[in-house]
Design a protein around this ligand. Structure first.
Ligand code: SAM
Length: 311
């Protein structure tokens, strides 16, 4: 069996920003391969609650939890449900929370998980094991819904042409594999000078839709911020502009730096009176050149953080 691994991005910066202290109770909302979790547990004698929706991540975490008995608790679930998950475990306040968003290399690099257009596999793309697969999505939704997903979540300019071609093709033969879908997309979108595979944006869009990623992020930020004790920090690492926009707006709103919030904006759930948080990163923090050289996945990462003010 192939062994996969995950090199954490901006881990040291995130843990420095979280500033774990002895006796504190923290949340790692995206456990993944446990790289952040291990570093937090090593930084202070604290307790860490970790969440991941992927059962494979939970299984992999058992060894780390055994190495930190009573200090690391790993829970399977979605971050959009973190308030319930933590309350059920008796946790009602946090000294800090960190999210390292998106997919792990364990997920992306394993063809069986169906995220990869480089290696063929079943067209799945689910981080967890429930809900619609990418195959169900591309084989059933309407052409206009598909085009909207490719445009909104992939910023794909050829969204309408791709959706039309996919719908025509599925009349003859349904999509079952990642390579089949990638080839059909490549037949519509020609490679440009960037060298980026033409299927990249569409695969990102489908992944976000399958996992309802953006809705989860918005819900998670609101819930985690509500749980932060005075001095507690919320630290978020995002990997593309759609994620980062949500984080940036949320933090701007919570720290009193944004104009009038839309009532659909998760930040509007936080009182608009005197700000209860202060921003710790005005433009976000990005990896240095050495980290990007060592780990190309770090290229588009950005860290943002805020802190709850004393009551
Ligand atoms: C980039 S990885 C985290 C890597 C981790 N920081 C490390 O150092 O190994 C993201 C992880 O978060 C999980 N995840 C992403 N979105 C999630 C969500 N909405 N709810 C729960 N887990 C989620 C994924 O399954 C994946 O394992």
């Amino acid at each position: 069996m192939t062994e996969f691994s995950h090199i954490p991005v901006l881990r040291d910066a995130a843990v420095r920003m979280l500033r774990p202290e002895d006796g504190g109770v923290y949340l790692d909302g995206t456990f993944g391969g446990g790289g952040y979790a291990r570093a937090i547990l090593q930084a202070a004698h604290c307790t860490l609650w970790a969440i991941d929706r992927d059962p494979a991540a939970i299984l992999r975490g058992a060894e780390l939890a055994a190495a930190y008995p009573g200090r690391l608790h790993i829970v399977e679930g979605r971050i959009s449900n973190l308030l319930n998950l933590l309350n059920a475990a008796g946790v009602s306040a946090l000294a800090g929370a960190v999210f390292d968003l998106g997919v792990s290399s364990y997920q992306i690099d394993d063809p069986e998980r169906g995220f990869s257009f480089r290696n063929d596999g079943p067209l799945d793309m689910r981080m967890g094991k429930t809900g619609m697969t990418a195959a169900m999505l591309v084989n059933t939704i309407s052409e206009s819904e598909l085009a909207d997903i490719l445009y909104a979540f992939g910023e794909e300019k050829a969204s309408r042409r791709i959706a039309k071609t996919i719908v025509e093709r599925r009349e003859d033969q349904k999509f079952e594999t990642t390579a089949d879908l990638a080839n059909v997309i490549r037949s519509v979108v020609r490679p440009d000078k960037s060298g980026i595979d033409p299927a990249t944006r569409s695969f990102q869009a489908l992944r976000i839709a399958v996992n309802e990623e953006l809705d989860d992020i918005a819900a998670a930020l609101t819930q985690a911020a509500a749980l932060l004790a005075p001095g507690g920090r919320l630290v978020v690492v995002s990997f593309h502009s759609l994620e980062d926009r949500i984080v940036k707006r949320f933090m701007a709103q919570a720290t009193g730096r944004a104009g009038g919030a839309s009532r659909h904006d998760p930040a509007s759930l936080i009182s608009a009176e005197a700000p209860k948080f202060r921003l710790l990163t005005s433009n976000g923090q990005v990896p240095d050149a050495a980290e990007i050289r060592a780990n190309p996945r770090a290229r588009s990462a950005r860290l943002r953080a805020m802190e709850r003010l004393a009551a």
